[in-house]
Write a protein that binds this ligand. Structure first.
Ligand code: ZN
Length: 501
């Protein structure tokens, strides 16, 4: 009897997930191959499926099935315990938000996106301020309804990084800041300067596509369970471990966009392909959080893909593939792809300064949520923050507080997961290295299976069994800290730039 209660709950959970996977597929199609004029029908299709999924999750039928399974469930087994815990959390969150608030947020957000696009084009923050103000009011209301123990921001952060607390994140970021600011300054004064011009040499699109597919396959991307296509903004969309789609984009005058963009998305895809297919469609077969997801993409893109051992294997194939790079020296290539320079735009930031961009947004978002910062004062606060963290001042709001789309989508609480990704990656990578001291030798031979197997065994296979903080503790034996990332940056960049920061 008890098994059938659980089976009923699991069936309902999988159906809810199936609706979500249909939404992802419609999204993927829209970004990769939908004709432009299909956009209106697509919006209707997406709204319909999203509505159905929301109804499923918040309806009485699901609540009853979950309740029965909880009372009679097989909670002794980790996967069912994970599924019950996580679906309870998602349902409660969704049920606390009245349909009217969800609809209003979607409406304001769609207006805000248009206002943001125009404001950025014309670099006029005042065009974006009114809808942003309205959106933040709705977010504050949502936070109150969802509930929180610490501060309102926690309720929003929890959507992307379940269980994370703003105050704890802030403490780790502060620790990180103390190391990043002087390291970036020391690199800026270093005598060794990368020749970044070589990155803009002509590399034909077809050759880039061929090379990127070779790299993706070598890292372990399974093309029988995945696809690689082109989109304006690269992303990874996984609906189950056997259907994982990544995209990239090609710039013939800037090879790193496709090259490292592909490795980044492959990192996300390896996580999705490594989830346990037996638990597909349930939290036991889903990723922990955005931060843990980002740890996988950044590990493959930066820790592996921008390392010297990686290029000791791939530099030969690279210079054969692209005649414009034939005369380049390996050392110059490695230094160029690791160019560190304070810059205005987050998505173009290097490994050292990236975290500082996130700290700025995190600080502003927290202050906006408590009302300590008014929307009209964002441009000034942004510029002050850029000066104190990166030592540069934006020439315009377009290159300052208007550069990211996130706020216009109502995605408040999302940014910290990017920086957390770097920290998780470093702590996992350090543990992987300790377990496999010959990891660099494997990379020199173009062998990635040992690292991938380690990630599969320690992270991927567990789905949402652990919260991010518990996973870090379980895998590395320590709570999250900025130290491994700082150690990693110093060990890499000090010799590269010939400095001692
Ligand atoms: Zn990513």
């Amino acid at each position: 009897m008890t098994t059938s209660h659980y089976a009923e709950f699991e069936r309902a959970t999988r159906q809810y997930h199936l609706l979500g996977s249909i939404e992802s597929l419609l999204d993927w199609d829209q970004e990769t191959c939908m004709p432009p004029r299909g956009v209106e029908q697509r919006a209707e299709q997406l709204a319909l499926v999203a509505g159905l999924a929301h109804e499923r999750l918040t309806g009485d039928e699901f609540a009853t099935a979950l309740g029965k399974a909880e009372r009679n469930g097989r909670v002794d087994e980790w996967a069912s315990a994970t599924n019950l815990r996580e679906m309870r959390r998602r349902m409660e969150r969704a049920r606390r938000l009245p349909t009217e608030l969800v609809r209003e947020t979607a409406k304001v957000s769609s207006l805000a996106k248009q206002a943001w696009a125009r404001a950025r084009r014309e670099s006029r923050f005042e065009l974006f301020a009114p809808p942003l103000e309205r959106l933040l009011e709705l977010k504050r209301r949502a936070a109150e309804l969802i509930g929180f123990e610490g501060e309102p921001y926690d309720a929003l952060l929890d959507e992307y990084e379940p269980g994370a607390r703003s105050a704890e994140v802030a403490a780790v970021f502060d620790e990180l800041k103390k190391a990043l600011v002087p390291l970036a300054a020391a690199i800026a004064k270093a005598p060794r300067k990368p020749d970044v011009a070589l990155l803009s040499r002509y590399c034909p699109k077809e050759s880039q596509a061929e090379f990127c597919r070779r790299v993706a396959a070598a890292l372990g991307f399974d093309f029988q369970s995945g696809r690689m296509d082109v989109s304006m903004h690269p992303f990874c969309s996984g609906t189950c471990p056997h259907d994982v789609r990544i995209t990239t984009r090609y710039d013939e005058r800037f090879l790193p966009a496709a090259l490292f963009g592909t490795m980044h998305e492959v990192g996300h895809a390896l996580y999705e392909q490594g989830l346990d297919a037996a638990h597909a469609g349930t939290p036991a077969g889903q990723s922990v959080s955005l931060g843990i997801h980002e740890s996988q993409s950044r590990m493959w893109e930066n820790f592996v893909g921008r390392s010297r051992p990686f290029w000791e294997h791939w530099f030969g194939p690279l210079t054969q593939q692209f005649t414009s790079l034939a005369e380049v020296r390996l050392d110059d290539w490695v230094l160029a792809i690791n160019n560190v320079r304070p810059s205005l735009i987050r998505v173009e930031a290097d490994e050292v300064t990236y975290g500082l961009h996130i700290m700025l947004r995190f600080d502003l978002e927290r202050r906006l949520m408590t009302g300590k910062l008014a929307v009209r004062d964002i441009p000034q606060a942004w510029n002050d923050g850029m000066r104190s963290l990166l030592g540069i001042t934006p020439d315009s709001d377009a290159n300052g507080c208007l550069q990211d789309i996130h706020w216009s989508m109502g995605a408040v609480g999302y940014f910290p997961t990017y920086a957390l990704g770097n920290l998780y990656a470093a702590q996992f990578f350090e543990a992987a290295r300790a377990a496999m001291p010959d990891l660099d030798d494997h990379f020199r031979r173009g062998s990635y299976a040992p690292l991938l197997e380690w990630l599969r065994r320690n992270i991927h296979r567990h789905g949402m069994r652990h919260r991010a903080a518990e996973l870090v503790q379980a895998v590395t034996g320590r709570p999250l800290s900025a130290e491994p990332f700082v150690r990693y940056l110093r060990a890499k960049f000090e010799p590269l730039y010939g400095i001692n920061a």
